[in-house]
Each structure stands twice: as structure tokens, then as C-alpha cells.
Design a protein around this ligand. Sequence first.
Ligand SMILES: Cc1cc2nc3c(=O)[nH]c(=O)nc-3n(C[C@H](O)[C@H](O)[C@H](O)COP(=O)(O)OP(=O)(O)OC[C@H]3O[C@@H](n4cnc5c(N)ncnc54)[C@H](O)[C@@H]3O)c2cc1C
Length: 396
Amino acid sequence: MVINMKIKSVQHIAIIGAGVAGLALAILAIKKGYRVSVYEANAGISTMGAGITLWPNAMFVLKELGLDKAVLKKGGLPAFMQQYDNEGQLKAELDIKELNTLCGYSSVSILRRDLMAILENQLVALGGKIQFSSMIKAQDIEAIAKDVDLVVGADGRMRSVVREYLFDDAVSPRYQGFVNIIGTAQLEGNALANVIQDYRGDAARFGIVSVKGGHCYWAAAWTTQLDKERPVTSWYEEMHERFKAWPERVKAILNHYEPASLNRILVHDLAPLPYWHKDNVIIVGDAAHAPLPTSGQGACQALEDVWYLVNLLNEHNSPESEQAGKTNNLQEVLNRFYQKRIDKTTAAQNVGRQLARSIFAASGDTSASSKPEPSQLGARVSAKQLREFWMQGLPS
Ligand SMILES: Cc1cc2nc3c(=O)[nH]c(=O)nc-3n(C[C@H](O)[C@H](O)[C@H](O)COP(=O)(O)OP(=O)(O)OC[C@H]3O[C@@H](n4cnc5c(N)ncnc54)[C@H](O)[C@@H]3O)c2cc1C
């Protein structure tokens, strides 16, 4: 059944998942006068994951949310991205300050727990509530969709029940042949010097992102078979063994990381999907277009989704829109959202796969097609190329 709903009747939005996309959407929607209900499976906000680099496109959205200052206060300002080989030879460098100037927004590195706290505090300050410990199931979606005007699945990459509802479980994230061990660390002095360091060896990589006050987050990655049964501690032992002879900064991390911050991720992504909505149910963020971490754009694209979706809802809800005789059918608004977002999110997915393939060699499906994009989101791409890619579609 197609619900031919007038957009002006969208007043109440149910959001499934209180991650980056869900919280940001709730904040912006409340600011624009919508009523929101947020359901989160966990008992609290998930701070799992070490850190995130918010590139200028994400900072644009965070400014729209009124959160740029809070993020800048907690986060660090990386000045360069440097790529090294596993003997410590500098191979390439990107001037992030130049990128920021071209884009008109900063790039900020931040611990995930700090970003999530900023989002949650802002939502609470706006009077928003999160219904924790609410594990929504695919069979619940239809009932929720009857109660509200729009259901937004912001329930992440691995087990999105809203995606399952839209595709009858026919879509699964795909393992891309490598593991990430992630964590945080605090080093003495200015050892990290506001730099994103990317060490690459044979089918292996060690990235270190400086945040602030000696804090950093990092990820060790290497090609491996999918093995979910293997004890997690044995992955950590393998990491120590693999990277023990890598450059001094890598060794410093291995000696100083915060053990409680360690996490093992068998890295999956999604292939681009042919649609993101059915009736009044839509998916955003990782649920719709999870890229590999090598794209560096997952959270940034999730934030862009939020900005586009709320603006499209508002634009078509405006009296001017009605006067101008624009179609204000919800299906068309959601279609338009997909059309506006699919190329850029597909490009981010493809870039992530290309870079993973070039480093880890065992990356999977490469069939996803897209128009030309920077061949790597690494140090060999110029600031100008990155600006064109990341700021595409956003007001400059
Ligand atoms: C190692 C690593 C490094 C990364 N680095 C970066 C980076 O530097 N920059 C960047 O932009 N991105 C980065 N990303 C990607 C980024 O973390 C994700 O793209 C982003 O978190 C997606 O946000 P989301 O809100 O869509 O999903 P999530 O953050 O996964 O949130 C989904 C939420 O939904 C909840 N949920 C799930 N199922 C249900 C249910 N059935 N009912 C209710 N709630 C549910 C979950 O508990 C969770 O809170 C990285 C990812 C990884 C793995």
C-alpha cells in the first residue's frame, strides 16, 4: 500500500537508533519544530569506537546543529595527514589547513565518547528524550509507521532492522577481508604534533589520529579470514606481534594504549542500495550506505543525510512551496532525498573499497560503479580534489 501523504502532515518522526545519525536527526528535527520519538536498543548511548575525524562537510552540518563550538572545544585540529611506509619513511602529505581554508570549515578529530556526549546533551537540552533499552524488531516497524508520520531507521550497518523491513532481509553487509583493532592512548608531550599518521606495510596499516592534550585514537588493520569464533585476546596478541618492529610512534601506542578502549572489528560495508524507503519508512546513515572506515566518511555522510532530510521535509512543507504548486507528496520528498544523496554516498563507499583494496589486497566486491572520484582518500589526493568531493552539494 502506498501512503500518499501530504508533507505538511509530517509532524511526528520516529527515529530508530541513537547513534550519530539518530541523535543529530533528533536535534535538527526538534529545532525545526518536529516532534520526535527516539528508540535505542542499548541502555545508554554507545561510546563504542575510539574516535572520529569530522571533515569540513561534517563540521558544516554540526554548525547547523549549533554544535560546532562544542566540538571544536573537545576535539583537536589536525594540521597534516602524513603517509609513511612501515619503516617510517614519509611517502606523502596532505595539508589539512589548506583543505579547511578551501572548504571554509575546520577538520576536527574527536574521541567518540566526547562526540556522543555532545550530541546527547544537546538533545536533552532541547527537551528530547531517548527511549533506551528499546530493541525494535523488523515486525514492529509497521505498527510504529501507523502511529507516526515518518519512521527513520538510523540503526547502523550490521543489523539494521529497518533495512531488513525494507528489503525483507535480502541485504547483508559484506566482509571486506580485513580486521581493525581500535583503541585510544595518551602519550606524553607533543609526540603526535597534531598530525594524522598513516603507516602502511604489506597488507597492513597502522593509523594514529592526534586529538588533544596527548590523547589520540588509533587503528591497526591487516588482511585476514573472517573468524568470529577466535578469542578476542588472540587478535590483540597478533597485533602486538605484527606491529612490534614498526616505527617508534606505533611502538609507543602499543606500549601505552588504554586496555579498556580496545575493540576488534571484522570490517564489513554495504554495497549501494537501489532505494532507501518504502511508504513512510526510510533508512539513513550506515543503515543505508555504510562505507568502509578507509573512506573516512561514514559519520560525515550520516550527518549530511540528516541535514538534507530535514531540509527537504521543511522545503516541501513551506507555504511558498504550496503556492509555487510544488508537489508535496511524502513519497516524492523521500525519492528526492535518495536522488540527492545516492551519488555522493556511493562515491564514499567506492573510495573506501578502492583504498582498502590498494592496502589490503583481499578486499571483496568491486562491482559497485560510480562516476570518477579521487582514487584515494589518503595523502596523495590534493586538498582541492578533496574539497570538490566532500563539499559537493553543500552551500559554500
Ligand atoms: C574503525 C572505524 C573508524 C571510523 N572512523 C570514522 C571517521 O574518522 N570519520 C567518519 O566520518 N566516520 C568514521 N567511521 C564510521 C562511523 O563510525 C559510522 O559511519 C557512524 O557511526 C554511522 O552512524 P549511524 O548513526 O548511522 O550508526 P551507528 O553509529 O552504528 O548507530 C546506530 C545506533 O542504532 C542502535 N540500534 C541498532 N539496532 C537497533 C534496534 N533494533 N533498535 C533500536 N536501536 C538500534 C545502535 O545501538 C546504535 O546506537 C569509522 C568507523 C569505524 C568502524
